[in-house]
Design a binder for this molecule. Structure first.
Ligand SMILES: [Zn+2]
Length: 191
């Protein structure tokens, strides 16, 4: 009796050569999907997309350059010794929270100052891991969300200047608004 039994038509279509052909086609298809090839296709698609939209290309260049700069700045500050104390003391935290009005100090150009006033954290403006001192002058108040989102990036001087300027709007009179990364003396005070 035939191997195919009653399915003569289907079996006839899938004779030895037919099956071999199918296998050959399938393996050719798989060969086209090897990771290296797939990666190349995706890369070409992405580059095509970037080159066809100038604003996207600009954004991509900006993000890439920013990331490179952050890495370089991080490496430059890595050699500096760490403050032996990593966490702010209770009295430092009280001072940080009081001068910030018990509210997160994170600011965005679009939404202004964050309104969160609960689950606040005392945070190093210049990261402790990059040599930032655990002193009130290098502290700021961040909510849980913004504290989590903040990486160990070293802030630029212009960012510190902007923070100091904003602080003049909410720090109590006489409080020092400038950041001292390494705990040195500060000059700016709130009016
Ligand atoms: Zn916040």
């Amino acid at each position: 009796m035939s191997r195919c039994g009653g399915l003569k038509v289907a079996c006839g279509a899938l004779d030895q050569r037919g099956v071999e052909g199918l296998l050959r086609e399938a393996s050719k298809g798989l060969a086209e999907l090897v990771p290296a090839d797939l990666f190349r296709h995706v890369l070409v698609d992405v580059l095509d997309g970037l080159l066809s939209s100038p604003w996207l290309l600009t954004l991509f260049a900006f993000v890439t350059v920013s990331a490179a700069l952050r890495t370089v700045r991080g490496l430059m500050h890595r050699g500096r010794g760490h403050d032996q104390r990593r966490t702010f003391s209770k009295s430092q935290r009280s001072e940080l929270f009081a001068r910030a009005g018990h509210r997160c100090e994170q600011y965005s150009w679009l939404f202004g100052r964050c309104r969160e006033s609960e689950r606040l954290h005392a945070d190093h403006v210049h990261p402790h891991s990059r040599g930032g001192a655990t002193v009130v002058e290098n502290g700021q108040v961040l909510c849980q969300r913004h504290n989590k989102r903040k990486s160990a990036g070293v802030p630029w001087n212009w960012q510190l200047d902007r923070l100091a300027r904003r602080r003049k709007g909410y720090f109590p009179p006489g409080a020092v608004t400038t950041v001292a990364r390494y705990g040195s003396a500060s000059t700016g005070v709130a009016a």
